[in-house]
Ligand binder design. Sequence first.
Ligand SMILES: Cc1cc2nc3c(=O)[nH]c(=O)nc-3n(C[C@H](O)[C@H](O)[C@H](O)COP(=O)(O)O)c2cc1C
Length: 347
Amino acid sequence: MIYPFFRPLLFRLDAEKAHHLTLAALKWLPAGTPAEPDSALSTIVVGIHFPGPVGLAAGFDKDGIVAEKMHHFGYGFSELGTLTPLPQAGNPTPRLFRLAEDRAVINRMGFNNGGQEEAKKRLTRMPRTGRVIGINIGANKDSVDRIADYATGVRNMAPLADYLTVNISSPNTPGLRALQDRKALDELLGAVMDARGADLTPIFLKVAPDLEPADIDDIAQCVTDHKIDALIISNTTITSPPLHSRHAGEAGGLSGAPLHDLALQRLRDFRAKLGTAMPLIGAGGISNAEQAYARIRAGASLVQLYSAMVYEGPWLAAHINQGLKQLLARDGFTNIAQAVGIDAPSH
Ligand SMILES: Cc1cc2nc3c(=O)[nH]c(=O)nc-3n(C[C@H](O)[C@H](O)[C@H](O)COP(=O)(O)O)c2cc1C
């Protein structure tokens, strides 16, 4: 209710300053216990009990400062990161842009984060509410062995995570997306699964939306071969749909409304390829219950969002949950899991 009052004030600030101010405000919220999960929205995916299907996407809370607090706003799970083994400053500022007319964001942050050691200390101290925390891991920009960085990330962060996300799809670390290529991906996923060892923390892979059919075939084969637990579709796009804002020409990854159709299509592509064999998590341009529901009906077991929250405020997840409950009841479903993939051709 109060976000429409604060938004114009935040929007007068540079986008990254506004983000830091938001994190600082959230940090001071009392810890408390999140509301009881709703039985229609609770779901089990890869053996994890998710109290709700709407998650906070990576990038909002890279260092794990407010992750637990986000559960009070209706998020069923929060994904921290991307965290790299060593701290790094990221790209020069300005590197984060609001495209208000397009309900979009462009970022070229470049994995700015305090590093995994700092995060480990913080997360160990953090009071846990028992809600789901995912940790998204990446490679340092100057690393000589990026694959080793992911293996290090698994060893560092698995003890603190309900699931880990291997992020090879950020466009702002030069060459990172090349890890999606068949041979490199095979090597990377082999190293990640070896590093996981006997500790069976579920491993998710996060892919770009900018993929050709042959890339989708290769990725689907690799994730199946290596028994990856779930796929997050998708990260930001480097394609340029028509945009109207003055920042439209900024370099970086585009997220929010203009990514919606592309991310939905990629989800459909992977669902067509993988069937029900692997849980999918839909992200990209989701801003209301209808869009979240459409993503679930297309095959997503869970969804994530970030950019729409910039425009709609932190309570967006709670609003989406309310809307999802109504949509499920309208269609005669008693639990969200019954709607997953109902619109997919292979259903
Ligand atoms: C400012 C910003 C920073 C992001 N940083 C990360 C990141 O560090 N790691 C990652 O996997 N995705 C990152 N993302 C991508 C989001 O997690 C998400 O996949 C993407 O923005 C699409 O969802 P949305 O349209 O709801 O924002 C970032 C997105 C934004 C807007």
